[in-house]
Design a protein around this ligand. Structure first.
Ligand code: ADP
Ligand code: MG
Length: 268
């Protein structure tokens, strides 16, 4: 899954207030630099909107946060811990895959194309990981899954298979599945980009509810109105670099950089 070719980050103090701390991250794919010196602190309860043109590195950054991608330099911690490494005696050791999977449960991920298991019902999709990774018993996992399905407005769809659900419903199941592991932070990679326009609203409503309830969120989206409404912090990425970063009113209504203005003119 992860490409463990990179050098592990240098051991150092992991002090920092952020729930997610990204410091000096670089990433290249065979000579092409896709992330350049990215630093970002996400405080508990914050909502961060990550914007930028196609190919700017947004998905790579999200995947690096949950250690689906390794990075070439810099470091990323969740609640003061690396997902892929452990600090022992001042030295970083790569963690075995099983441990990485356990630690990754701190970070929920929702993808553009839902990525539900097609052969499992909505309920089965949600209980799979808590049983496999958190050793929850089936009854407890089922009870929690039903609560989460109700929370995303799908209490009556527990026994439906993904193919029997609309795109918006599938994405809401995917959100419930991500929440089932009780992660400290949820990452959304263009969660509404694959949806028919009339189904976008129901998914944004669920994400808005999470934002209002204090869940820490990092959202890649092209829905600028939504970003302006829910984000505490907006980050504009272009060609692997953070070009502009600040409050929605700073970045979206009063951008300082020509590249941000060009981008906003194209998407708005
Ligand atoms: P975004 O999500 O902003 O569209 P990505 O993070 O997907 O951007 O991609 C950033 C750049 O990295 C692009 O040039 C893309 O082609 C490249 N890239 C992404 N994943 C890989 C990969 N696995 N191997 C090689 N290049 C990749
Ligand atoms: Mg992407």
């Amino acid at each position: 899954m992860s490409t463990l070719t990179a050098q592990p980050p240098v051991a150092r103090s992991l002090a920092g207030s952020g729930l997610v701390e990204i410091r000096g991250v670089h990433k290249s794919y065979s000579g092409l630099e896709v992330l350049h010196n990215i630093s970002l602190t996400v405080e508990p309860g914050q909502v961060v909107a990550l914007l930028g043109p196609s190919g700017s590195g947004k998905s790579t950054l999200l995947r690096a946060i949950n250690h689906l991608e390794t990075i070439d330099a810099g470091e990323i911690t969740i609640d003061g811990e690396f997902i892929g490494y452990e600090q022992r005696g001042g030295v970083l050791h790569e963690l075995p895959e099983k441990k990485v999977l356990e630690r990754r449960t701190q970070v929920g991920m929702v993808f553009q194309n839902f990525n539900l298991f097609p052969h499992l019902t909505a309920l089965e999709n949600i209980i799979e990981a808590p049983i496999a990774l958190k050793r929850m018993n089936k009854a407890a996992a089922t009870e929690r899954a039903l609560t989460l399905l109700a929370r995303v407005g799908l209490a009556d769809r527990a026994d439906h298979y993904p193919r029997q659900l609309s795109g918006g419903q599938q994405q809401r199941v995917a959100i419930a599945r991500a929440l089932a592991l009780d992660p400290g932070v949820l990452l959304f990679d263009e969660p509404t980009s694959a949806l028919d326009p009339e189904l976008v609203g129901e998914v944004l409503d669920v994400i808005r509810g999470l934002a209002q309830s204090g869940t820490t969120l990092i959202i890649v989206t092209h829905e600028m109105g939504f970003a302006a409404e829910v984000a505490d912090q907006v980050v504009f990425l272009d060609r692997g670099r953070i070009v502009e970063q600040g409050s929605p009113s700073q970045v979206l209504r009063n951008p300082q950089h020509a590249r941000t203005r060009d981008f906003l003119n194209k998407v708005l």
